[in-house]
Design a protein around this ligand. Structure first.
Ligand code: 6PG
Length: 226
């Protein structure tokens, strides 16, 4: 991972830039090996346009296995569901084999069981992990001060956070550290403080989880780059 920052003039240009980087990663992997490409998607709203642009690309979709960095504990067709966002922006447009999409079952009442179920299925090393960041510096559903940030063994845990909806499932820092490549997308002035704290050498990841992404590849607009 590089810590490299690609800064574009606006959110649409960031979406194009990120979609291109993801497409090139999928094509490069498909060119050298017959094994699946394990891609974990970010939630929230920022990546939606990049997913739409990606869906329009003629990529070897059967080679791509889709995972999620986190999920809200809502039904998979709920407007707050990260899976629902990815389904409408990407899966339905790219005509992906349903078996290639591995969603977190956030709708289960037993959230611990849902976390353990996903942890058992999640590959030990993702080929590409997409993440966003919140204004408070959270990433995935790892929020400032959360015990999940101290997790060294578990790879998926149930958490309750300040961003509604509060109950979520999330990957933990070991999954981020193990990923072959991490790509962060952030746009808008409200993310500038979090971006800055990610790169400040004395920031504690417990206070600013984006610090865990300091060596990742960042795709920013000018407003988020500060
Ligand atoms: C979530 C996301 C979260 C998101 C950031 C940014 O489920 O909420 O995983 O980490 O990436 O909060 O969200 P926006 O893209 O909506 O600003």
């Amino acid at each position: 991972m590089s810590g490299r920052r690609s800064v574009q003039p606006d959110a649409e240009a960031v979406a194009r830039d990120a979609a291109e980087a993801i497409a090139q990663a999928i094509l490069a992997a498909a060119a050298v090996a017959a094994k699946p490409f394990h891609l974990a998607l970010a939630g929230g709203t920022t990546p939606k346009r990049a997913y739409e642009l990606l869906a329009a690309r003629p990529l070897p979709w059967p080679r791509v296995q889709f995972w999620f960095g986190d999920e809200r504990c809502v039904a998979p067709d709920h407007p707050d569901s990260n899976y629902a966002m990815a389904r409408s922006a990407l899966f339905e447009r790219a005509f992906l084999p349903a078996a290639n999409v591995h969603r977190m079952r956030g709708e289960l009442l037993d959230r611990e069981a849902a976390a353990r179920e996903y942890e058992a299925a999640l590959p030990p090393k993702l080929d590409l992990l997409l993440l966003g960041i919140g204004p408070d510096g959270h990433t995935a559903s790892l929020f400032p001060g959360s015990n999940a940030l101290r997790e060294k063994a578990r790879r998926v845990v149930a958490v309750t956070g300040p961003k509604p909806p509060p109950n979520r499932l999330t990957i933990t820092p070991p999954v981020i550290a193990a990923a072959a490549r991490v790509l962060v997308v952030a746009t808008g002035a409200e993310k500038a403080t979090a971006v800055r704290c990610a790169f400040e050498s004395d920031t504690d990841p417990i206070e600013c989880p984006a610090r865990l992404l300091r060596d990742a590849e960042w795709h920013l607009d000018r407003a988020a780059a500060g």
